[in-house]
Design a protein around this ligand. Structure first.
Ligand code: PMP
Length: 453
């Protein structure tokens, strides 16, 4: 029972929030939900209510909340060396770049930044400069897919294929083109899942042709479109895109911001599909969000034309906080925890378990499709299974609200617009127990059932 003093303090805090804090991606909210602490898969709000964090925050707290050994590493690194610029070097960045190469099973140079958006901006700039310095300076365009999210800054927003996040902010970066996604449930080419010629991959080849091969620098894609609706491509899709990029002299940039660091059941999402990207961007799961950090891993052969000494052909890009020693030390500890506790295998096994359990949801009239990839699930809600008319934003919001009432936090795709806002998303921490996963599935079942009443 909260005391009057506690209530007064809480009201003061909420007043300050209303007066000063601009919330991300949300309309003004007079009653913001304030969280104060977290442990494992649970986060507690200011009133003491505990919630099962079914989205790992924003698909990021993969090792779970409240790991004191991470805090200890952060404190030790802060005491020792809180900052040194990466135009020079420091120990945590060196160790982390070597470790990332082990995880990537390739030969990459690692450029550190702060966020997923940053990591993608760096990928675009490096790709353009690479071509400029190898005699192909006309190559500047990037192809991504509709429904993909690649970040909020002008270039990354340009690559993003979700119109609802761009209206009123455009024009963004120049030269970003969009291809139809490999959306088998609503195939843009009218084909049936498993009975197609992967027209979606061919479309990218055709776009390069129409745009002019000599103008296209890269294709950027997530292994699986996550935030845009958990859109899982046919198994051979990525290999086909790799082949197209090789044939067209176009770089393959894989955005592992969500899929990386075990979320897919492998260390990186693309490792599920047997392809080697030219550039890999990563963020969120690299530190499990205990500190901001991102990286752009660039295949060594692309680094070559940046190497010459005494010229201006180095990558002329800096960001103050990128590769901060404390963030790098935290990332190293996070990777150690993922390995030591075999959390990636757990993510894979738990992903399979969730897939089996979610199959039962398809009997509900509102459920059109259930898609999973590693420990990610997307449940596409429709008004009618035959016509596939997307469920209304109100119904989707209802499902989320009912789950929240039962202390389960889940997510949805896109912003609040009809048609691209009807996929419920689940991506819990890898430490979530089977009983907790059961709780998520059962709460979802009841909430979706009741949302259609
Ligand atoms: N790429 C993908 C696939 C993402 O999901 C996100 C963030 N949700 C980003 C890039 C951008 O990352 P950030 O928010 O750290 O800029």
């Amino acid at each position: 029972v909260s005391t009057t003093k506690e209530n007064n303090e809480k009201e003061e805090l909420l007043d300050k929030d209303r007066a000063h804090l601009w919330h991300h991606m949300s309309p003004h909210n007079d009653h913001p939900h304030v969280f104060v602490e977290g442990k494992s898969s649970w986060i507690k709000d200011i009133d003491g209510n505990n919630y099962l964090d079914g989205m790992s925050g924003l698909w990021c707290v993969n090792i779970g909340h409240g790991r004191e050994e991470v805090a200890r590493v952060a404190a030790a690194q802060m005491s020792k060396l809180a900052f040194a610029p990466l135009s020079q070097s420091h120990v945590p960045a060196i160790e982390l770049s070597a470790m990332l190469n082990e995880w990537l099973q390739g030969d990459y140079k690692i450029f550190f930044s702060n966020s997923g958006s940053d990591a993608n901006e760096v990928a675009f700039k490096i790709a353009r400069q690479y071509f400029a310095q190898t005699g192909k300076g006309t190559k500047y365009k990037f192809i991504s897919r509709y429904r993909a999210y690649h970040g909020n800054s002008m270039g990354a927003m340009g690559a993003t294929g979700q119109a609802e996040r761009k209206v009123k902010y455009e024009p963004g970066g120049e030269g970003f083109k969009h291809a139809p996604p490999p959306y088998c449930y609503r195939c843009p080419f009218g084909q049936e899942k498993g009975h197609c010629k992967m027209e979606c991959a061919q479309a990218i080849d055709e776009m390069i042709e129409w745009e002019g091969e000599e103008t296209v620098a890269g294709v950027i894609l997530e292994p699986v479109i996550t935030g845009g609706g958990v859109i899982v491509p046919p198994p051979e899709y990525l290999k086909e895109i790799r082949e197209i990029c090789d044939r067209r002299n176009v770089l393959l940039i894989v955005d592992e911001v969500i899929c990386g660091f075990g979320r897919s059941g492998e260390k990186f999402g693309h490792q599920n599909f047997g392809v080697e990207p030219d550039i890999v961007s990563m963020a969120k799961g690299m530190t499990s969000a205990y500190a901001p950090l991102s990286a752009t891993a660039v295949s060594s052969h692309i680094y070559e034309p940046f190497k010459e000494k005494g010229k201006t052909n180095h990558f002329r890009h800096v960001n103050t906080f990128g590769g901060n020693p404390v963030s790098c030390a935290i990332a190293l500890k996070n990777l150690e925890i993922l390995e030591r506790e075999q959390l990636i295998k757990q993510a894979k096994d738990k992903g399979k378990y969730v897939t089996e359990r979610l199959a039962g949801l398809t009997e509900l009239s509102l459920v059109g499709d259930v898609r999973t990839f590693g420990l990610i699930a997307g449940i596409e809600l429709v008004e009618d299974k035959k016509t596939k008319v997307p469920a209304s934003p109100e119904k989707v919001a209802n499902v989320l609200a009912m789950c929240k009432k039962q202390n389960i936090l889940i997510g949805k795709n896109g912003d609040t617009v009809p048609h691209h806002n009807n996929v419920i998303t689940v991506a819990p921490p890898f430490v979530t127990t089977k009983e907790e996963l059961d709780l998520i599935v059962e709460t979802l079942y009841v909430s979706i059932k009741n949302a259609n009443k």
